[in-house]
Design a protein around this ligand. Structure first.
Ligand SMILES: [Zn+2]
Length: 358
């Protein structure tokens, strides 16, 4: 049974107006016309907060998380809503905040990759660096060890010669398979996007086996870790691109592929399973909260770091989660405020409009 009996509230979204019994529900569409899932994220945050609340030491964080995104103030711009004011709790495990972080990282990475491609002839490579699964209590020390290992890894002459810059994200997944011998263990790993020189696939090419030995050496471990490496391949074409020049087309499709790794690497569906507070979920929350505390999960290096700085992009991990893209400044002058608040009884965002003059 779902904790959220929204099917029984009788509220049905009508295609455009969403109005029923004087209640107008929030409907926020992105540039592609898809609905932004505020409601779904808020529900996941409430569920996450319930788990945190069950742990005494995490009660304060739970309190903040319950308030996360309760009020949202938008400005109307070109017929679309732009978030203008809100409170976000910024707790590492918050699904609402991590959604905002993901949107912000994706936006920033798109800008950075575009800028790199405009300036330099580079190619893009995805690299995944893993270690063996670990128990909950080993998670934090292992992640610390991996961060140190990364710094060694990126400092190797071989790396520096073959890599112009990188975006790196640490992700932790949990094994939920009760049949598996690794059941209940954690799998911390790095997803890395590398900008490599145009001649990388010639003279400066690093083979998968070589990446593996480099990572093993950096990690100072006595087993061969699993390392994946793949060239970024343009995503499948859409008909819109038919008219474009080959090279431009390829670049855009390549960027779409890159876009996919640009997510904030904490997936709440991997932290809590199902819609109920369970002991297993609580244990996972405890383990991950401890492991992620004060830890930076994403970082940039080389030319990507330089461009991040040059474009004056703010910190997507700990910074402002309201303004996640370009047009925040113009939005401030928008004429119409749309305020949405989380309605506990309806399990949804209800909106109220107020007209302002200028
Ligand atoms: Zn939050």
């Amino acid at each position: 049974m779902s904790l959220y009996p929204d099917s029984s509230t009788g509220i049905k979204e009508q295609s455009s107006t969403c109005v029923q019994k004087d209640v107008e529900l929030l409907r926020d569409l992105n540039a592609k016309g898809e609905e932004r899932d505020w409601k779904g994220k808020k529900k996941r945050s409430i569920l996450m907060a319930k788990h945190l609340e069950a742990v005494e030491a995490l009660a304060k964080k739970a309190e903040r998380m319950y308030d996360c995104g309760n009020y949202l103030v938008f400005k109307m711009k070109d017929g679309r809503l732009k978030l203008y004011q809100a409170y976000f709790c910024k707790v590492r495990l918050c699904p609402m905040c991590n959604w905002r972080r993901s949107l912000k990282i994706a936006f920033q990475n798109k800008k950075i990759v575009q800028a790199v491609n405009e300036r330099e002839k580079v190619k893009w490579v995805f690299l995944t660096l893993t270690v063996r699964n670990v128990e909950g209590e080993e998670l934090k020390p292992t992640m610390d060890q991996m961060t140190k290992a990364w710094n060694r890894f990126a400092g190797y002459a071989r790396f520096k010669k073959s890599v112009r810059g990188y975006f790196r994200a640490m992700e932790v997944t949990r094994n939920w398979d009760k049949e598996s011998e690794w059941y209940g263990t954690y799998h911390p790993h790095f997803h890395v996007l590398l900008a490599v020189p145009n001649d990388y696939f010639g003279r400066n090419y690093i083979k998968q086996t070589e990446w593996t030995s480099m990572w093993q050496k950096a990690m100072q471990i006595d087993y061969k870790p699993i390392v994946h490496v793949a060239k970024v391949k343009p995503k499948k074409e859409s008909p819109d691109f038919v008219e474009m020049e080959q090279e431009v087309r390829k670049t855009i499709l390549e960027q779409n592929a890159i876009f996919e790794v640009s997510k904030y690497p904490v997936k709440d569906t991997d932290v809590i399973r199902g819609n109920k507070v369970t002991d297993e979920n609580i244990q996972t929350v405890k383990d991950l909260d401890k492991a992620l505390a004060y830890k930076r999960l994403i970082s940039y290096g080389g030319i990507l770091k330089e461009i991040h700085k040059e474009l004056q992009l703010s910190d997507a991990e700990d910074g402002d989660l309201i303004h996640i893209d370009d047009d925040s400044d113009e939005v401030a002058n928008g004429a119409v405020d749309v305020m949405a608040y989380w309605h506990v009884g309806l399990n949804n965002y209800v909106i109220s409009r107020r007209e302002t003059n200028g």
